[in-house]
Write a protein of this length. Sequence first.
Length: 186
Amino acid sequence: MKKCFFTLLLICSLSSLYAQNDSTTISVLRPVKNSIEFNLIWPFLPKIYQLKYAREVAQFKKGMKGELITSVNYRPWIFSENEGDKTMFALAFGYRHFWWKGVNSELSIYPEFVRIKNNVVDGKSYSDFYIVPEFYTGYKGKLGEKGLFYNIQIGTGLIIFPDQSYPRLEETGIFLNGNLTLGYSF
């Protein structure tokens, strides 16, 4: 009787240890659904501060997945040689698709609110609203095991509405752009 009791106790102990191990494995393999990113290049090159939030919304065959993206972009007052004193605020909405491992493409639409003071052509002030689509492609990689990551991308953009609402020294057109974001997944 004692042997049966100890055998039963041993089986119960092993099965409870196995169940704890199994649940830990499942929680570690839980897919990450949210991330937040800060653009490291933009504060220096176009002088824009950008904070992005991404939410995984789809998983496809062969490891492909998709994320919806929103971002807040702010440019403090700067002097633009082609325009004058300029500030900008934008909320962006987009979609990022992962093709294979970290290789991704992203399309974002930036509705921008722009103010110009002391225009370099006529000295007047202007306030306007623009729509700027931007397309990027790049690679997202992990930095350690705690959810930190980087995403490096190259892309293009174009002001599509309205294109010429105030005078500039140079015409606008397709422009090249790049992203280097540092982020955290949770």
